[in-house]
Design a binder for this molecule. Structure first.
Ligand code: AMP
Length: 549
């Protein structure tokens, strides 16, 4: 029997129409280092209409991709609102990617237009001529777009085009054919090979936004002010902008002022209730606050995820600054909410703490199971350790395929309708996830991936090097930093600083290993692969004579 209910599509346009009318008094504020510039949701509606008209005039008619190369700021929220609502697809470009990867993802997504932050022109200029599909660049205030001229794209002043555009645009539901169509894209940072594209649907964003508002999620509601420190190019700022629009919460955007000192000032003066960032950001803020205390107790729901949050950081915030951190786990492929560490009521203080420092509880929409190396399902008994697989309405079912480009579909990540997360851990009968390890050996530095394999391959390109293995070692500031273990060719001679210089123009600066050791050989598994577990154990046992600079 079919239901008798209406089938109203769940779309981003519905969220934006609601926010900009019913919650027209809501606010988006962007920090400029001193104070904030502000627009209301009502004005956001008008500016989104202008942007949609600008993009139409530049030839965006259907589901073409519009790239954003922006900090977390008002212009980025305008792109979040306008681009999916007009039927196009927002592609949030990670400004920290290595140039080759930036070129790859722009070409792979076939971005037609890029909205570039005035302060980021210097990062776009060296690669724009390789972005084959980009026809127009809109430059937001704060920089001189002339550095982008002559590279195959027309360069426009964002505010000039906005001023000349009509503030009437009918974001009617018919602009979207199907709620399952793509609304926005994010690429994962490639751990091996190229980054892979995740295309979120209108429906997945809508449902995920409801989770953001839920008391089991980020607990966001009208009257709150939310500070999204997590970049809007990293898993859609964890969905915070859309969840805020859905409930009319105010949004506070840090722009490029991400260091602890301005962040503390921003929190103390603007008094947000909800915030989200990776452990590195909160760790730096905690160290700053310990030395320079200001009142940040306005923060009620502070979500920390992207890497494991040290329990000592949770305790430090709670005991010294009256702020309770909430640990969460997620992935770009999960939109990204996977689990949130809110303890059930009625537990002892010890049990409550154990739940809070775990990666959290999977919500109703995200089913999880643990699988062993042979693919057998393991019990959710809090003991058995396996690779986590998940499925649900905001979990990726595949990566985006561009038929015109060679790409890596990462097919090994998807099995029988489940996403293989690559994360290894336990699940309790009441749904709490604890991660114990990563299936892959990727290095997580400051919330961003560093591919150990890419580093190894590059180091092994040096004529003096026979073998190189790179592992992540604990770092108090960045969580992990790479350690390169190098085997020299017989009779070869090279110093660590020469090797580092050799990497200088081949890998991103922040990925350069500062820890080095020469070893007689890299330990190997039975099938001849580098055995990094053994290497890590040797490092932990203090057996490696590491040079750090
Ligand atoms: P990304 O797609 O860049 O957000 O990275 C997702 C990965 O980050 C996950 O697969 C985990 O390995 C890691 N991760 C995210 N949150 C946590 C957490 N709370 N604890 C440990 N690892 C995490």
């Amino acid at each position: 029997m079919r239901s008798t209910m209406q089938d109203a599509p769940l779309t981003v346009g519905r969220i934006v129409r609601y926010a900009t009318s019913v919650h027209s008094a809501g606010e988006v504020a962007t920090f400029d280092g001193e104070g904030c510039r502000r627009i209301s949701y009502g004005e956001l509606g008008k500016r989104s209409a202008r942007l949609a008209n600008v993009l139409r005039s530049l030839g965006i008619r259907g589901d073409e991709r519009v790239g954003s190369f922006l900090w977390n700021n008002t212009e980025h929220v305008e792109a979040y609102a306008a681009v999916p609502s007009m039927g196009a697809v927002l592609h949030t470009l990670n400004i920290r990617l290595f140039p080759e990867q930036l070129v790859y993802i722009t070409n792979h997504a076939a971005d037609q237009v890029v909205i570039c932050d005035g302060s980021l022109i210097g990062l776009l200029a060296p690669v724009l001529d390789q972005m084959k599909t980009v026809r127009h660049v809109l430059v937001t205030p704060g920089g001189d777009g002339s550095a982008l001229e002559g590279m195959g794209a027309d360069i426009h002043d964002y505010e000039e085009l906005m001023a000349g555009a009509s503030e009437d645009f009918d974001f009617h539901p018919g602009l979207i054919d199907d709620e399952r169509d793509a609304a926005a894209m994010c690429y994962t940072s490639g751990t091996t090979g190229n980054p892979k594209g995740v295309a979120y649907s209108h429906r997945s964003i809508y449902l995920h936004s409801m989770q953001g508002m839920s008391a089991e999620g980020f607990n966001l509601s009208q009257g709150d002010k939310v500070l999204a420190v997590v970049p809007m190019f990293h898993a859609m700022a964890w969905g915070l902008p859309y969840a805020a629009m859905m409930c009319g919460a105010d949004q506070l955007m840090p722009d490029r002022f991400l260091q602890a000192e301005p962040m503390a000032r921003l929190i103390a003066t603007e008094r947000p209730d909800v915030a989200g960032a990776v452990p590195t950001v909160w760790g730096a803020l905690l160290a700053h606050l310990d030395a320079n205390p200001v009142d940040v107790s306005c923060l009620r729901d502070v979500v920390v995820g992207g890497s494991a949050c040290p329990p000592s950081m949770m305790k430090g915030f709670e005991e010294r600054h009256s702020v309770r951190l909430i640990h969460a786990w997620g992935m770009t492929e999960l939109s990204p909410i996977g689990s949130v560490g809110r303890a059930p009521v009625g537990l002892s203080p010890e049990e409550t703490w154990a739940r809070r420092i775990s990666q959290g509880r999977l919500p109703c929409a995200v089913e999880g199971r643990l699988v062993d190396d042979d693919g057998a399902i393991m019990p959710n008994d809090g003991e058995a350790v396996g690779e986590l697989e998940v499925r649900g309405p905001w979990v990726a079912a595949s990566y985006y395929h561009n038929p015109d480009m060679p790409d890596d579909l990462g097919e090994e990540k998807f099995r029988d309708g489940w996403l293989r997360t690559g994360d290894v851990g336990t699940l309790t009968p009441d749904g709490f996830l604890t991660l114990t390890d990563r299936a892959k050996d990727v290095i997580k530095s400051g919330g961003e991936w560093i591919s150990s394999v890419d580093l190894e391959n590059t180091i092994m390109g040096h004529p003096a090097v026979a073998e190189a293995a790179v592992i992540g070692i604990p770092d108090p500031k960045w969580d992990e930093r790479p350690l390169a273990a190098v085997v020299l060719r017989p009779e070869a001679n090279v110093s660590f600083s020469e090797l580092r210089d050799y990497l200088g123009d081949k890998v991103a600066k922040w990925q350069l290993p500062e820890n080095w050791v020469f070893v007689a050989e890299v330990p190997k598994t039975s099938v001849g692969k580098f055995d990094k577990k053994v290497l890590r154990a040797r490092h932990a046992a203090g057996e490696l004579d590491v040079t750090t600079f």
